[in-house]
Design a protein around this ligand. Structure first.
Ligand SMILES: O=c1ccn([C@@H]2O[C@H](COP(=O)(O)OP(=O)(O)O[C@H]3O[C@H](CO)[C@@H](O)[C@H](O)[C@H]3O)[C@@H](O)[C@H]2O)c(=O)[nH]1
Ligand SMILES: [Mn+2]
Length: 705
């Protein structure tokens, strides 16, 4: 009876979850934008502030950040309308040095890109592959282009070399002059550093480079800094007092602009009809240089295609943290209803507000309050202006006490309390009734790195599961807020699809263990082979998988990609998601806080024995559940011939169904099976095997009693 009940509960869960997925995919939406028309309709294009966040010069090599910045500075949009803000949570002189050097190169690179209409404007991708010949077919024959190209390539090599050399030294450069602020700073204990690196004076020239500002917000050991959400809020305020553009683009340090037209495309959506309700435009995360067929199941191509476009058909896709254009006033807490008030009054959260109220919400900085009032009324910041005049205000709003007693991180800005601050912030926006869009461009708008390697990929998935579970049980949860928010019913289900990732680990793990339990205890949860009813689970299993496979093949993905994603889905759910759920339970019990672990960005291979598709392991607890599962199934399968005379006739004891399920689990966890016998990074460390063996023994003991 027990196995059957357990199987029934798991199956019910999977059915419910399947229903939620069908809801997500139901009406997919695509957009077609015509950026060439946007200039005609809106001759005075709005300003855009662009944000880049970086946190650690080792995990996120500055050359990657620098390329992202260069690609942003070079986008195809009037440069005098753009400003780029870099947040450095590592407070690293190396990062600052690299950005300063890059800004010198940008003065050559930006005009070059615009003159020859270069497609990929991140130099490390542009110069990739071609040895000493430009590959731009249009200009190949043009000798001027040839010369410029060679010069640019040489200059870029100088830049890379400088950054590499600086990285090798304990201190990248003399900490004098501009760099003096970095002498005796500690990463978690320092005051604010704001540096204006580039500031344009002229307008309407092909040689203008957008403004570039470096920000390292104040950090003190005892003050929570709220990870990326905290950094984004500081960027929001610093840009508010400096340039106050009505739109903000935010990218992670590894996400370069791959389609230089992207800002114009985004403006088509944000300025075009009836789109005042569109709060943000999200671009799919697309990854470069990742191994083929998505061996770690973290490239999400099919997810963006089916679920992403589907959710866009309801209230709009989620905010995914990078590659997203926000409306500043929405980030400042504006509700869709407030828009009508906009030009005359300032109103947030459905209420007209005066200056004292604004102070309460936004904090005590005169300049910022003024700029926020302007932004909420929908006025464009005055441009150009002298950025250095706002330096003092910028430092003030970047200090760690600034948010004390305000609504930052709770009602407005990037929302705190979850390591998935992106989903959380998007949810608070959708809760107010705003819409959003997901826009798949060809060529892709942005490209970034997906972590490769078992530990990196699993850590990332664990962080997501943690953050998502934190939102699920938090006060903005779509479950608890049914009455009080404007979230549409189907959007609520869509949020559940993602927020349930952590909880999903429980039924997945139980169901993956069940076949082993049945074999060990001679019980069953499936009908016998000779019973007609066996065809029901077989039919469901076959159609479900074939349908999934067809989805992959239809968008040009391979059978292997399908298999890898399916397999990694099981592995991540039973290990990373499970541990994510655990860390939230620990947080609830007040035992430990959840942390944002930054993912390693370096894509270069580290040795000759590197096989990027082969699963790697380390000592982390992340690999214990998977190893235990594999050991359990191994033991139960090995014990089979010893204890049973004729399992294959299915007359009594173990049935073929259970046996098949056990083999299927083993197939899904094959990387773990081979990991048991391998050495080095491809093998499971013996300490992990030991822990897992102990757990497996305990389980077998439980089966026996
Ligand atoms: O204290 C911190 C921690 C992180 N970051 C930045 O946050 C970004 C994302 O971090 P990363 O380690 O690359 O995380 P990913 O898992 O790749 O990021 C995905 O998931 C995150 C939420 O978990 C989102 O914030 C990201 O936008 C989304 O791309 C990077 O630019 C970091 O520099 C900070 O600025 N401060
Ligand atoms: Mn990332």
């Amino acid at each position: 009876m027990f196995p059957w009940l357990l199987a029934f509960s798991c199956e019910s869960w999977f059915t419910l979850y399947w229903g939620i997925i069908v809801n997500c995919k139901w009406n997919p939406v695509d957009f077609k934008t015509y950026p060439e028309n946007v200039d005609k309709r809106f001759p005075d294009l709005p300003n855009v502030d662009m944000f880049v966040t970086t946190a650690d010069p080792v995990l996120e090599p500055p050359i990657i950040t620098v390329n992202t910045i260069l690609s942003l500075l070079a986008v195809d949009y009037p440069a005098e309308k753009l400003a780029c803000y870099v947040s450095d949570d590592g407070c690293s002189p190396l990062t600052f040095y690299s950005v300063v050097e890059a800004s010198k190169f940008a003065k050559l690179w930006v005009p070059f890109c615009k003159k020859y209409n270069i497609q990929v404007r991140a130099p490390f991708r542009y110069f990739l592959g071609d040895s000493d010949q430009p590959s731009n077919a249009n200009y190949k024959a043009n000798s001027e282009f040839q010369q410029d190209w060679l010069k640019m390539k040489a200059e870029y090599e100088v830049l890379t070399r400088k950054i590499e050399e600086a990285a090798r030294k304990p201190i990248p450069c003399d900490l004098t002059g501009e760099f003096a602020d970095f002498s005796d700073v500690e990463r978690r204990n320092h005051s604010t550093i704001v540096k204006i690196i580039l500031e344009h004076k002229e307008i309407n020239s092909d040689h203008v480079v957008p403004d570039l500002v470096y920000v390292s917000r104040e950090k003190r050991p005892k003050q929570p800094h709220n990870y990326k959400a905290g950094a984004m809020n500081v960027l929001g305020r610093v840009s508010g007092v400096m340039t106050n553009a009505p739109f903000m683009l935010n990218v992670d340090c590894d996400m370069f602009v791959n389609n230089p037209q992207v800002v114009r495309h985004a403006m088509c959506q944000l300025l075009g009809c009836p789109s005042e309700e569109i709060a943000f435009v999200q671009y799919p995360q697309v990854f470069y240089g990742s191994p083929r067929d998505d061996p770690y199941g973290n490239q999400f191509v099919a997810v963006f295609h089916y679920i992403g476009r589907g959710i866009t058909g309801t209230q709009g896709y989620f905010y995914a943290g990078t590659g997203c254009f926000h409306r500043r006033k929405v980030i400042y807490g504006l509700w869709p209803d407030d828009v009508d008030e906009a030009p005359k009054h300032t109103s947030i959260n459905g209420k007209l507000v005066d200056e004292t109220a604004l102070r309460k919400e936004f904090g005590n900085c005169e300049e910022f309050i003024n700029s926020a009032a302007q932004a909420l009324k929908g006025k464009q910041g005055a441009f150009p202006k002298n950025l250095s005049n706002s330096l003092e205000a910028a430092c003030e709003v970047a200090s760690c006490n600034y948010e004390h007693g305000t609504s930052w991180g709770t009602k407005l800005g990037w929302i705190y309390g979850s390591t998935a601050e992106d989903l959380h912030t998007g949810l608070v926006i959708h809760n107010k009734g705003w819409n959003s869009t997901l826009h798949a461009l060809e060529p892709p708008a942005f490209m970034g790195c997906a972590p490769s390697g078992g530990p990196e990929a699993m850590t990332q998935q664990k962080r997501w599961a943690t953050g998502l579970s934190e939102i699920l049980i938090g006060k903005n949860s779509p479950i608890f807020s049914t009455m009080t928010t404007n979230l549409q019913f189907r959007m609520r289900l869509a949020y559940l699809w993602i927020l349930l990732w952590g909880l999903r680990s429980v039924p997945e793990l139980l169901y993956a263990t069940l076949p082993a339990y049945c074999i060990l205890t001679n019980s069953r949860f499936l009908p016998k082979v000779e019973e007609g009813a066996i065809w029901i689970p077989i039919a469901i299993f076959v159609t479900y998988n074939l349908h999934n496979l067809r989805e992959y093949l239809k968008i040009g993905l391979s059978v292997r990609a399908w298999w890898n994603n399916m397999r990694m889905g099981r592995i991540a759910a039973t290990s990373a998601f499970l541990l994510g759920l655990f860390s939230v339970i620990l947080k609830l019990l007040g035992i430990s806080e959840t942390v944002f672990e930054v993912t390693q960005k370096d894509q270069s291979s580290d040795g000759d024995d590197n096989n990027p598709t082969k699963f790697t392991f380390n000592k982390s607890a992340l690999f214990v559940p998977g190893t235990t599962l594999v050991l359990l199934h191994l033991i139960s399968l090995l014990a089979l011939p010893l204890r049973l005379q004729s399992p294959f006739r299915g007359v009594q004891g173990v049935g073929l169904g259970e046996l098949f399920c056990s083999l299927w689990v083993m197939l899904c966890f094959r990387p773990f099976l081979t990991g048991l016998f391998e050495k080095g990074k491809y093998g499971i460390p013996s300490s992990t095997i030991f822990k897992s063996a102990a757990l497996a023994t305990l389980f077998i003991h439980f089966c026996r009693s």
